[in-house]
Write a protein that binds this ligand. Structure first.
Ligand code: NAP
Length: 262
């Protein structure tokens, strides 16, 4: 009798949190489909994970800022005979300033990557999870999606959408055995800030505010297993988050910003 193997799909698996998701899911025995643009990185990770964990690892290089990418990923998964039980929508980048960057196509591509592709991945992969009575979805959002921030018209709002999507999705599919969770990390040691040209932020932010990808991913996987539809990762951010959600906190921040501008 063959034991049914479970498969996970991780986007943004060429660095940072995506690599760590791939490692921890492989350690839990999941076969993997790894997605990002840099194929060499995906292939070398696949080689290591296959050798270390004896799981099957497929790679598919794709740019998620292009509208047809989610459908191409689904077609590839079918071609490989992989049924996706665990979906991690992790790929993301900081994006450009909504008002300063004058090329709309830059913003359209970023919104596609950050929101539309995630919605489409859920649209394509979740119904079959419901049919099979088992599934897990982690959408990697951010603490930046928990509160409006001055001059953040792009990244934070897109993560706020992922949090709202994940909560509603979880509510909708839970009775079918599928759970969805928005993982909200704070500052995490990955390539994210270097890619965004924000190395100064790394220097200006105190060390205690930074977490390792290993911790963030472990907390994310545990949260979706426990049925938490929003997981703020990192003890410091978990302590602080309830204040951010208090009804008087947003008006206070707006007053503070207005005062600083006087
Ligand atoms: N690091 C932090 O402090 C932090 C905090 C909160 C939330 N997050 C979120 O965590 C997630 C992972 O980021 P990270 O910190 O691990 O950063 P990272 O090391 O820069 O990894 C980003 C990943 O996304 C992929 N990606 C970017 N644009 C893509 C595109 N157009 N198509 C396909 N894949 C794309 C990258 O792969 P390729 O370049 O190979 O395509 C890479 O694998 C992001 O959603 C980010 O917003 C990060």
């Amino acid at each position: 009798m063959s034991i049914e193997r479970r498969s996970a799909l991780v986007t943004g698996a060429s660095s940072g949190l995506g690599v760590e998701f791939a490692k921890q899911l492989a350690q839990r025995g999941f076969d993997l489909l790894l997605v990002a643009r840099r194929s060499e990185r995906l292939e070398s990770l696949a080689k290591v994970l296959t050798e270390e964990n004896h799981v099957r690892v497929e790679t598919f290089p794709v740019d998620l800022s292009l509208p047809d990418s989610p459908a191409r990923i689904l077609a590839y998964a079918r071609e490989c005979g992989l049924q996706i039980d665990f979906l991690v929508n992790n790929a993301g980048s900081a994006g450009k300033d909504l008002l300063q960057e004058r090329s709309w196509s830059e913003h359209a591509k970023h919104l596609e990557l950050m929101m539309i592709s995630v919605a489409q991945m859920c649209h394509l992969f979740v119904p079959s999870m419901c049919d099979r009575g088992y599934g897990r979805v982690i959408n990697v959002a951010s603490v930046a999606g928990r509160i409006p921030r001055l001059n953040d018209l792009n990244y934070g709002p897109s993560k706020a959408y992922l949090i709202a999507l994940s909560e509603a999705l979880d509510m909708t599919v839970r009775s079918s055995g599928v759970r969805a969770s928005a993982l909200c990390p704070g500052f995490t040691n990955t390539e994210f800030h270097a890619v965004a040209g924000m190395l100064d932020k790394i220097e200006r932010t105190p060390r205690f505010a930074w977490y390792e990808a290993e911790v963030v991913v472990r907390e994310g996987i545990e949260a979706v297993e426990k049925g938490k539809s929003v997981m703020v990762s990192g003890r410091i951010y978990r302590w602080f988050d309830p204040f951010l959600q208090l009804p008087w906190f947003r008006p206070l921040i707006k007053r503070f910003v207005a005062y600083k501008r006087l």
